[in-house]
Design a binder for this molecule. Structure first.
Ligand SMILES: N[C@@H](CCC(=O)N[C@@H](CS)C(=O)NCC(=O)O)C(=O)O
Length: 84
């Protein structure tokens, strides 16, 4: 994977749990930011992505361009494709 990823999430969110379980099964390791416990992470998500909803995957490509991908199903589908 030549992109960098950060997953914005928090422990009690069931949709975040689905994404974390997928990452475990797929053996994908990535940094995570807890938007419930870390107000800086919450603000990053809100300012960067435009919404505070989690889970959200921050994708930074090789040119440094950033995309904020919401929706647990879309995150899992996206990572399934790039990890294949
Ligand atoms: N359909 C979304 C649902 C995500 C969702 O409802 N997340 C909740 C936490 S469990 C949330 O962030 N709510 C606060 C908000 O939307 O600002 C998904 O599958 O990712």
């Amino acid at each position: 994977m030549n992109e960098q990823y950060v997953l914005y999430q928090y422990a009690a969110c069931p949709f975040c749990h689905r994404v974390r379980a997928f990452l475990d099964r797929a053996g994908i390791d990535m940094p995570m930011r807890d938007t419930m416990r870390d107000m800086a992470a919450y603000r990053e998500l809100l300012v960067g992505g435009g919404r505070a909803t989690v889970p959200c995957l921050k994708i930074t490509n090789a040119s440094g361009e950033t995309t904020w991908l919401y929706e647990s199903n879309d995150i899992i589908d996206y990572l399934s494709r790039v990890a294949a």
